[in-house]
Design a protein around this ligand. Structure first.
Ligand SMILES: [Zn+2]
Length: 117
């Protein structure tokens, strides 16, 4: 009767669930954030949409309170790496508490309203 091998080392997954984008870039006017992955996936999002999606405690509270919290032409003034899989964005209104897992951008950008069926 064959025995299960007990001396194999655990393998590293070939398909990590949080792939790191190859590039994360801002447009010259700082309105658009673009990210692209090695497997060909790409996403392009406006500062306004990212600011509106912010999940930090302050913004979550503002949404509950129904407070409008946006400049009309939001810009992203800085991207700070927050570990390999997450970026912290600073916006032109000074807000810099939002953490954006890069794969979340794919979800945010996957279904632009005008193409949604
Ligand atoms: Zn926020």
């Amino acid at each position: 009767m064959p025995q299960a091998t007990g001396d194999k080392m655990a393998g590293i997954p070939n398909h990590p669930s949080d792939p790191i984008p190859e590039t994360v870039t801002l447009s010259a006017d700082r309105i658009w954030l673009s990210a692209s992955w090695a497997d060909g996936r790409q996403v392009r999002l406006t500062a306004n949409s990212l600011r509106a999606a912010c999940r930090c405690a302050t913004c979550t509270r503002a949404r509950i309170d129904g407070l409008p919290a946006q400049e009309s032409e939001m810009r992203i003034t800085a991207i700070h790496p927050h570990g390999p899989n997450v970026g912290r964005l600073t916006f032109s209104d000074g807000h810099d508490r939002g953490l954006y897992p890069w794969t979340w951008l794919l979800e945010l950008g996957a279904t632009p309203p005008e193409y949604r069926s």
